[in-house]
Write a protein that binds this ligand. Structure first.
Ligand code: ACM
Ligand code: ZN
Length: 710
């Protein structure tokens, strides 16, 4: 037996003394943090090149992964031995479902002679191996080639059965080998679902044998808009696609890592690339081009054209021939109805089906439900389940559809109440295509928004508005990476990490208590693996900036304040007094230093306690157009001496920020004829989102802080 601790420790200590190196030690505080870690002080298992891995039938691949990881990190390989019955010392891998209440669960027990990894299933063993892998000491100067694993027991299981990330290879094509790296990244984070968005206006990415033009024509566009929504294009022919054989290889690659690939065919909107190949399937008949812009195209599939519906059915059937996934994503987001409203065929179908609009939804919304429900039947006929974006709730979608809630969590809440299963992927917390720093001049350009790791880590996937029974419908959590402004895989990596670390902790643990500082320490550890594997990642959390600005005391600082309209609950923080606590709003709009108002004004009343002379009002707004936050439209100041009758003393309008104008924190000021009063009202009103914004027609958010009156 080679793992008697004492002689080895002596030997190791001697070696260490010679090389002046402390003995490298594993640390089980990995991401996601295991649910139970019990350590026994003072003893270790010594892992070195003489360690044998005993594995049960069916776990050979897991044993090989373990060996590969040890080689990657420690620089030596282990011996692999089939069968665990006669295992004496070494690492033992086995499946023991009777020991667990959950699937994908594992236990690692470390004694001086053995490391036993038991799983509820092969996936559980795999996650146990991931935990071992992440706990290993990463050092480029391992000498001797040895690591010690402190003795103890780790027990762990996931909170959510669906733990996913999405990737969009349509806006920018992503080569197959890079997609494999993405799958490796998911595996490292204990994720088990990869949502692969395979069709969009700007490119069709999956070979469909019945419709070869989809990839001959639809996979390429002749230029791409430059910057944000301008009218300049590059003249680069961009594109690419995956053959069915390549996808089968990818599916196998993912399955070996216990990851399922969910293909998405986005319909009936986001179909312009397909229409460029088959213009007869659009309402106008075209011609169409594979779109060179970003945003939401009005050119959608003609729902009234039976040939177009047949086309989608054929495509879905071929997709299901390739992908064994239980879940098939059929999109359903962002489908404008302007063509359907004017289309003879669509209107004829509406009449034929006797579809009527009501006070909630138009007849065209119900026509979309007809399309989605019809496709759901095609999918369900093959024993699969459909997922759709939350827009598919607009109408009468069948309860069997799983709702992916992306426009906040509201769609997910409504869906769970109606009995749908739900995957939470809200843009407010889980759109990793948004900026992760406010200093956007120092960041690679992206679509906009602001989503720091801190905010991802705050996400609560189980809305308290739901009953425990309804919460059971929240089957999982997912982050999305859209690639309009992400043209290289390096950039994908940079946008993913470390935000996906925060996501992994929520998916796996959904911790009640969240300790961000401890999480950052775990990020430091896993970042050593990122360096080892040469993944790019963002480092903002390792160099936090501290803001400490205050405003000069003024007439309203700390005085009683009353708001006529409440801020949105998520952005209400400690309430109205945020506005006059003397601390200037700095940093992110969701830093707790800003109050957020949606669809209503900020209407604040201050009581100065005695009449005061005043002539100027000043406040700050946080503008973040990608996150739907615009500058104020107008400020009005009124004063009163009895708190009942108010007199307007000043009003000022501010022009709307243009899409290409700088985002950030801006000051707004209004001066008026000096006046004396005890009460003052400051009314700040917002804009609606302008026509060039993807959320056109909705109100813009207002984020305001620190109102000063002098
Ligand atoms: C989406 O972001 N349009 C689902
Ligand atoms: Zn039509």
């Amino acid at each position: 037996m080679k793992h008697f601790l004492l002689p080895l420790l002596v030997a190791v200590t001697l070696l260490s003394a010679c090389t002046q190196q402390p003995l490298p030690e594993a640390n089980y505080n990995v991401i996601p943090l295991p649910k139970e870690i019990k350590l026994e002080e003072g003893q270790s298992y010594i892992l070195d090149s003489k360690t044998l891995v005993y594995f049960e039938e069916g776990l050979q691949r897991e044993a090989r992964f373990l060996n590969q990881y040890v080689e990657d990190i420690l620089g030596f390989t282990l011996g692999l031995k089939k069968g665990t019955d006669h295992a004496v010392d070494g690492i033992v891998l086995k499946v023991t479902p009777e020991d667990f209440d959950h699937s994908e669960a594992y236990e690692i027990s470390i004694t001086p002679s053995q490391v036993v990894v038991k799983g509820s299933d092969a996936a559980g063993v795999f996650y146990g191996i991931q935990t071992l892998r992440k706990s290993l000491p990463v050092t480029s100067h391992l000498s001797p080639l040895i690591a010690q694993l402190p003795c103890g027991t780790i027990r762990d299981w996931p909170n959510f059965g669906y733990r996913g990330m999405h990737l969009d290879p349509c806006r920018h094509f992503i080569p197959l080998d890079s997609v494999k790296v993405y799958i490796d990244m998911l595996a490292l984070h204990n994720m088990n679902q990869f949502h692969f968005h395979l069709s969009d206006d700007q490119g069709w990415r999956i070979e469909i044998k019945k419709y070869p033009e989809l990839t001959e024509i639809g996979a390429y566009r002749n230029g791409t808009v430059i910057g944000h929504n301008g009218n300049l294009y590059d003249s680069i022919r961009h594109g690419g696609y995956y053959t069915q054989d390549e996808l089968r290889d990818l599916i196998q690659y993912a399955a070996e890592r216990h990851i399922n690939i969910i293909p998405e065919i986005d319909l009936p909107g986001h179909m312009q690339a397909a229409l460029a190949c088959y213009p007869q399937m659009g309402c106008t008949g075209g011609p169409y081009e594979v779109w060179k812009r970003w945003g939401i195209s009005e050119e959608v599939l003609c729902a009234g054209n039976e040939q177009a519906m047949q086309f989608v059915e054929d495509v879905l059937n071929e997709v299901m021939d390739v992908f064994p996934s239980e879940y098939i994503h059929i999109g359903g987001d962002e489908c404008p109805k302007v063509r359907w409203e004017k289309c003879r065929k669509c209107q004829a179908l509406i009449r034929k089906l006797r579809i009527k609009g009501d006070d909630r939804f138009s007849k065209e919304d119900y026509l979309q439900s007809y399309v989605m429900n019809r496709m759901a039947k095609v999918v369900e006929a093959r024993g699969r389940r459909v997922i759709g974006w939350d827009e598919i709730l607009e109408g009468n979608v069948s309860e069997t559809a799983i709702i992916m809630s992306w426009r906040g969590t509201e769609g997910g809440i409504e869906a769970a109440r109606k009995g749908h299963d739900v995957i939470m992927a809200p843009s407010s917390h889980l759109y990793f295509d948004y900026y992760q720093s406010e200093d956007i001049a120092s960041e690679p350009m992206c679509i906009g928004g602001y989503l720091p790791v801190e905010r991802v880590y705050e996400f609560q996937p189980l809305p308290t508005e739901l009953t425990p029974e309804q919460q059971q419908h929240i089957i999982g959590v997912q982050a999305n990476i859209w690639t309009e402004y992400i043209s290289t895989f390096d950039h994908v990596e940079y946008m993913a990490m470390p935000r996906m670390d925060a996501l992994a902790e929520i998916q796996w643990n959904n911790p009640k208590e969240r300790d961000f500082d401890a999480f950052v320490e775990r990020c430091r550890k896993i970042s050593q693996l990122y360096d080892l594997y040469q993944y790019r990642y963002a480092k903002h959390i390792f160099n936090p900036q501290v803001w400490t600005d205050t405003v000069a005391p003024n007439l309203v600082t700390g005085k009683p304040i009353m708001l006529q309209e409440e801020p949105e609950e998520r952005y209400a923080y400690k309430g109205a007094t945020v506005l006059n606590d003397g601390e200037l709003g700095r940093g992110a709009y969701n830093s707790g230093r800003w109050l957020g108002f949606y669809g209503k004004p900020l209407d604040a009343f201050f009581d100065l306690k005695e009449p005061k002379l005043m002539a100027r009002v000043r406040f700050h707004a946080n503008v973040n157009k990608g996150a739907w936050i615009y500058n104020p439209r107008q400020v009005t100041v009124r004063i009163s001496n009895d708190g009942k009758h108010f007199l307007e003393v000043g009003k000022k309008e501010f022009p709307i920020s243009g899409w290409n104008d700088r985002d950030g924190v801006f000051a707004y000021e209004l001066s008026f004829e000096p006046a004396t009063a005890r009460y003052v009202e400051v009314l700040i009103e917002g804009y609606d989102l302008p026509e060039d914004h993807s959320g056109y027609g909705n109100p813009a958010w207002l984020f305001i802080d620190e109102i000063e009156v002098n």
